[in-house]
Design a protein around this ligand. Structure first.
Ligand code: NAD
Length: 483
């Protein structure tokens, strides 16, 4: 089976490579010529553990190719995955322009096609987007053929089951779940069959290949038995390792993705709030998180306090869900609280720094960690970047280091002092602030750090160190919810 993935970013590249490794013939498409030529010359545009050898293996096996030619890839593939960006608009809603553009491109590419295709949306999108994708393709088909003797529309495989003939009454609609947007009188002829599937992705950057091949679940939103069968064939290797499948309608699948991310963001924010309270009363958040995590109903995951969640997903997805709920007339108060508490968490970190250094103007601060978390070069909505921007406003000179994210950070913050390693970063600084949980920051040579720093202040915003150990070495130490 031939598959194409449109959008060769974190999700598209990992999905395409892993599906090629499952044995399918996969074409990854991107409009970014530089990205495609880098991939075609053996490079990998993102950092992701275990991804480069898997790409190389599948290119060599002839199962994985990269192109900017969307039309050709769509025409040749039975299944078309959409994995483009859904960034936030100014009001927090999801910007669906990339999805809409790709959908139109797919519709144009399929103009003269007569067979059946499955169009799978993997991007995180508001509820109703699968329906919108379907409408766009149908409207395009209708527009293209308005002069034809019969009005011609695309027709879902799901409909075929309830209307076995290839000519159906226009007023019948497409499927109960997808009322036809078209108002065509008379009879309509089927041009080609297609189904839209919502298949949200749950991988985490930094462990994306492992997550894709060992997922907790696969969610497939479709009402078409034919499309479901094809999706099950695609994910068959995961059936063999007993991955649970949640088969549902597209709207539910779309909401599952937002519900998961909003819940995890809430859990992080909850433990941050408990940590802030610990700071006021002298309790230790680690012991609280440990005790909470031992409760099987809670689980220990996502109970690590810090500077607030970041990255390309949680901030935008919480905002998008809040905004979407508002447009449905529902005030999602809990989520509103989570979003504002998370923003405030960055400022609370600045207050911590000020508490130890005093007036920040003219001070030099060493920042360890720029990526939004360890094992990635992604700095989208990174807490470190937000904290640096707040420090710069206060007149601070920032020295910094990150094992992978320096090049990306230089593009948006060119005026920082970028250092070779942790020790050069600390040199001459008024404080050292750990902002990302890279493993190599867990075992710093503290005597070397001590010699490099101007003042022995260490603010550990990821709680990597034991307060008592650091204090015994002469540091002024503070974590988040423990000191
Ligand atoms: P990304 O920005 O890394 O990649 C998107 C790619 O799509 C870019 O390379 C862009 O050039 C390409 N693109 C956009 N329009 C195109 C077009 N018309 N034709 C061809 N290519 C086009 O995005 P990402 O991080 O991979 O996220 C993609 C989607 O998956 C988003 O909705 C995101 O919320 C969701 N998601 C992301 C993650 C993650 O960890 N990054 C995890 C789960 C879900």
């Amino acid at each position: 089976m031939k598959i194409c993935i449109i959008g060769t970013g974190y999700v598209g590249l990992v999905t395409g490579t892993c599906l090629a490794d499952f044995g399918f013939s996969v074409t990854c498409v991107d409009q970014d010529k530089n990205k495609i030529s880098l991939l075609n010359s053996g490079g990998v545009p993102i950092y992701e553990t275990n991804l480069p050898p898997l790409i190389e293996k599948n290119i060599s096996a002839g199962r994985l190719t990269f192109t900017t030619d969307l039309e050709k890839a769509v025409k040749e593939s039975k299944v078309i995955f959409i994995a483009v960006g859904t960034p936030p608009n100014h009001d927090g809603s999801a910007d669906l322009q990339q999805i809409e553009k790709v959908t139109q491109q797919i519709a144009v590419s399929l103009k003269d096609y007569k067979g059946y295709k499955v169009i799978v949306n993997k991007s995180t999108v508001p509820i109703g987007t699968a329906r919108k994708i379907k409408q766009i393709i149908q409207e395009y088909q209708n527009k293209t053929d308005k002069n034809a003797p019969f009005s011609i529309i695309a027709r879902s495989e799901a409909t075929k089951q309830s209307h076995p003939s290839s000519v159906i009454p226009a007023k019948a609609g497409i499927h109960p779940a997808y009322p036809s947007p078209l108002r065509v009188e008379g009879r309509v002829k089927v041009k080609y069959f297609f189904d839209i599937v919502s298949n949200p992705e749950f991988l985490r950057e930094g462990s994306a290949v492992y997550d894709f091949t060992h997922p907790d679940k696969i969610v497939i939103g479709s009402t078409s038995p034919k499309a479901l069968k094809i999706m099950q064939e695609i994910y068959r290797p995961l059936y063999l390792i007993d991955t649970p499948f949640v088969i549902t309608n597209p709207e539910t699948a779309e909401l599952i993705k937002y519900a998961c991310n909003a819940f995890l963001a809430t859990k992080i924010t909850f433990i941050n709030e408990i940590a802030n309270l610990c700071d006021k009363v002298g309790a230790d958040v680690h012991q609280i998180a440990k005790a909470m995590g031992l409760d099987g109903r809670i689980s220990p995951k996502f109970l690590h306090p810090g500077p607030g969640y970041g990255g390309s997903c949680f901030p935008k997805d919480t905002e998008a869900l809040y905004h979407f709920a508002s447009t449905c007339g529902y005030d999602f108060k809990l989520l509103k609280g989570v979003i504002s508490a998370n923003k405030l968490q960055r400022e609370i970190m600045i207050e911590k720094i000020k508490h130890h250094i005093g007036d920040l103007k003219g001070k030099t601060i060493a920042i360890l960690g720029l990526a939004f978390k360890q094992n990635t070069d992604d700095i989208r909505k990174s807490p470190a970047v937000d904290i640096i921007q707040l420090l710069l406003k206060e007149g601070v000179h920032v020295r910094c280091f990150d094992p992978l994210a320096m090049d990306n950070t230089k593009k948006i913050l060119p005026n920082l002092t970028y250092c070779q390693d942790e020790y050069e970063t600390a040199r001459g600084s008024d404080a050292l602030v750990i902002t990302a949980e890279w493993n190599q920051f867990r075992n710093l040579d503290l005597s070397k750090i001590k010699k490099s720093l101007k003042s022995l202040i260490l603010l550990d915003l990821r709680n990597l160190y034991e307060p008592a150990t650091l204090k015994s070495l002469g540091f002024i130490y503070e974590g988040v919810g423990r000191r």
